[in-house]
Design a protein around this ligand. Structure first.
Ligand code: TNX
Length: 542
């Protein structure tokens, strides 16, 4: 099926190239150049590193436009194919995808190899001229991010699924762009409320546009265990049977999970699995009596906040055999370097026992070839040189432990609850948007935007910060539309903190660029929060 679609596209493209070479297809005269449509960063989130407008220059995508790619760059063809597939429904143009032919300039958009060292592995150079659009990168990831920028610069009606009248213009100019941080993550909690494979895929579609490159799945917690583990069937049969409020359960088979990993990968996003411990483990304990110190399985836990039966039995060998089995299987499903072991809120566990637990877990993670990632509490209890700690509650963090760990090589990811937690409500009294928590305060769009990762924890070396994360815990997130309302528009704010240089940070500019996202969300079925801080254009209807 896929093969035949590709074949059709390939032969269509080849025909067009041959026709052009043979002079059979004569492109009509270029349209008159519209004045005053200079490239402005006004529509792009995250803000690019630098933008040089070319005043009076406009590119127009035409019925004969071609998408060419450099076949020397692995996955460039996939990026081109996906982009063409996104453009075809609304434009109605064939947009054949063809390998570039040296010396032959094709009309349209080209994805090229080689953008200079400055842009690194994820950056790109974008040049929009009257007759061509060129995206140059050193790796396919850069091409992909360049494409996301172009998608935001096109008229929002490009999101429609039926043919629309043009013109399909892009403002002329050049963009040089690359990320501030290599780690730009979103956490999705599938444990408190379960979200199906299609529901998670839609989230991937929507966040990939903002150049998020890690999807961290919170797979286990007190209220649910969501990944099938061979040899431990009750984890999902029992532990996955319910969720907060006793509502729907659910879990991913390993094939489901592989499908998510693959889908994320096609969006240049790496899935990070999180297996929680030693606390937040009621679902595992309910599933297997032998994981309990007293040999008795506690009942399933369906309340919102932490269970009294949260902590694994640290003194029993079976606990570590269990973790070895789980981590081995999860590592085998994980193409990326990181495996998250949780580690937060183990308030019942004495410090020395917590430390020896984490050291054993770290050895298991290393044995299966992965790097340990954990919440802020792990700092000081693991080998810092092999640890990444995610700061979530800066007011409670052991600052000395974090500063010491960072001095000894630990890396830090910043997701301070008062700015980055997408599960908090936006404000106190908005009856239209009752969804969300408020234990860490209300987070309006500007609160999500106005912060600086390297000053979240005093005393750390800024260089130990590898990125940012936007967590969406789902205790109080009941239906799929609630995810959209909480994540949009705050996730793009966190994405910009992670991608854009600190020097571009500017609320007024961000606010205007955010407004321009509204029509795209209207047309792609993202039910975002219409924050009163933003001058949204009128809603588009699908
Ligand atoms: C704190 S984030 C938690 C989560 C909750 C979240 C709710 C973290 C390390 N622990 O278990 O879901 O607050 O906002």
């Amino acid at each position: 099926m896929v093969q035949s679609t590709n074949d059709r596209r390939r032969s269509g493209g080849l025909f067009l190239v041959l026709a052009l070479v043979a002079g059979l297809v004569v492109p009509a005269a270029q349209p008159a150049v519209a004045a005053g449509t200079a490239l402005s960063p006004a529509r792009v989130i995250p803000a690019p590193v630098s933008v040089r407008p070319a005043n009076g220059v406009t590119f127009e995508l035409r019925p004969w436009s071609v998408l060419s790619y450099d076949p020397r760059l692995p996955r460039a063809r996939q990026v081109a194919d996906d982009f063409a597939a996104q453009l075809r429904p609304a434009t109605g143009f064939p947009l054949p995808v063809v390998p570039a032919v040296p010396g032959l300039a094709l009309p349209g958009i080209s994805l090229q190899l080689g953008a200079g060292g400055q842009v690194g592995e994820e950056g790109y150079q974008l040049d929009i001229a009257a007759d061509s659009v060129r995206i140059k990168a050193n790796r396919a990831a850069g091409l992909y991010y360049g494409v996301q920028t172009v998608r935001q610069l096109l008229p929002a009606k490009v999101e429609r699924t039926s043919v629309q009248p043009g013109p399909w213009t892009l403002p002329g100019g050049s963009v040089t762009d690359y990320p501030r941080y290599g780690y730009r993550s979103a956490v999705l909690d599938v444990a408190r409320h379960f979200w199906t494979v299609p529901e998670v895929k839609k989230y991937i579609d929507d966040i990939a546009r903002y150049k998020i490159n890690y999807l961290h799945l919170h797979l286990t917690d007190d209220q649910g265990w969501r990944l099938a583990i061979t040899g431990w069937p009750r984890l999902t049969e029992v532990g996955g049977s319910t969720g907060v409020g006793g509502e729907r359960g659910g879990f991913f088979t390993q094939d489901d999970y592989r499908a998510l990993v693959e889908y994320a990968g096609a969006h240049f996003m790496t899935v990070i699995p999180e297996i929680e411990g030693p606390a937040h483990a009621n679902a595992a304990r309910s599933s297997y009596a032998k994981l309990n110190c007293d040999g008795v399985a506690p009942p399933l836990f369906t309340d919102i906040y932490g269970s009294p039966n949260s902590t694994l039995c640290l003194g029993k060998e079976i606990t570590y055999e269990f973790l070895d089995d789980v981590i081995r299987q999860v590592a085998a499903l994980t193409p990326g370097p990181y495996l998250n072991v949780g580690g937060d809120e183990a308030t019942d566990v004495p410090k020395d026992q917590y430390r020896s637990y984490l050291q054993r877990v770290q050895a298991i993670v290393a044995k299966y070839g992965k790097k340990l990632l954990g919440w802020q509490e792990v700092a000081g209890s693991t080998d810092p040189a092999r640890t990444t700690a995610q700061i979530w509650f800066p007011e409670e963090v052991d600052q000395q432990a974090v500063a010491d760990a960072s001095k000894h090589g630990a890396k830090l990811v910043m997701s301070p609850v008062e700015h980055a937690y997408l599960d908090m409500k936006y404000d106190e009294n908005n009856p239209a948007y009752p969804v969300g928590q408020f234990w860490a305060g209300y987070i309006e769009v500007r609160d999500a935007y106005d912060w600086e990762p390297e000053t979240v924890v005093p005393g750390i070396d800024g260089k130990s910060v590898i990125g940012v994360s936007a967590p969406l815990f789902t205790e109080l997130v009941f239906e799929r539309p609630d995810i959209d309302i909480l994540a949009f528009p705050r996730l793009p704010a966190i994405a910009e903190i992670g991608w854009s240089p600190a020097a571009t940070h500017d609320w007024t500019s961000f606010r205007d660029r955010l407004a321009a996202q509204g029509p795209h969300w209207d047309l792609t079925g993202v039910g975002y929060y219409r924050s009163p801080q933003i001058a949204w254009p009128p809603r588009e209807t699908r």
